[in-house]
Design a protein around this ligand. Structure first.
Ligand code: TYD
Length: 203
């Protein structure tokens, strides 16, 4: 089973991915917790090129290619082997992030993202948790972390509102695998909603 977490910057999805991994392990499942961009040594190197530096460091097209290159390496070296071994893979972001961040927010490049995805990735998650959250609250949370990886957060609040709309649009486009979870609840409540959804799928 391949589970992904998606949402705007600072939505709490990374915390939720970690909590789910811990709960599934406690239930005796073998879990691989990973993230994008990154998740394999090569993809982590590409990640540094993407998340550091000026917001306009790359053109939208170059950015799509870099995210897809990182994802291809992550898929080849980490995700596919783990799924083949029967493990549950939980990824903090995957292709839906590219559909929303690169495909719908910096001009209309969704067709380009989709065709590259079809050629180079061709894999969709079994279940995608979209952690939905008010962008203004989420943005202050994201910047507060001051990770040095804030190239994307620096695009600002209007950008985050577009992202939220993009993720909610994807949930409508792929209702069979996407679930919208209310991220404004406390972390424990969100985590309980997530586990219930995963257990329903596993059953
Ligand atoms: P991430 O590490 O998930 O940041 P955060 O924990 O703050 O949400 O992702 C880094 C940034 O990369 C984030 O702003 C989202 C962006 N991103 C894309 O633009 N496209 C993609 O395909 C992916 C995977 C991430």
């Amino acid at each position: 089973m391949f589970i992904t977490f998606e949402g705007i910057d600072g939505s709490g999805k990374s915390t939720q991915a970690r909590l789910l991994a811990g709960k599934l392990e406690a239930l005796g499942r073998e879990v691989v917790l990973t993230r994008e961009p990154g998740g394999s040594p090569g993809a982590e190197e590409i990640r540094a090129l993407l998340v550091e530096g000026d917001p306009d460091r790359w053109s939208a097209e170059t950015e799509i290619l870099l995210f897809t290159a990182a994802r291809r390496d992550h898929l080849e070296r980490r995700i596919a082997p783990a799924l083949k071994a029967g493990q549950i893979v939980i990824s903090d972001r995957f292709a839906d992030s590219t559909r929303v961040y690169q495909g719908a927010t910096r001009g209309e490049r969704r067709a380009m993202v989709d065709s590259l995805h079809a050629q180079m990735i061709g894999t969709e998650p079994d279940l995608t948790m979209i952690i939905d959250m008010d962008p203004d609250a989420a943005l202050s949370r994201g910047l507060a972390r001051d990770s040095g990886e804030d190239r994307f957060e620096e695009f600002g609040a209007a950008f985050q509102h577009k992202l939220r709309a993009g993720f909610l649009g994807l949930a409508e486009e792929y209702p069979e695998r996407c679930l919208v979870i209310d991220g404004a609840q406390g972390a424990d409540e969100v985590s309980a909603d997530v586990l219930a959804a995963v257990e329903a799928r596993l059953a």
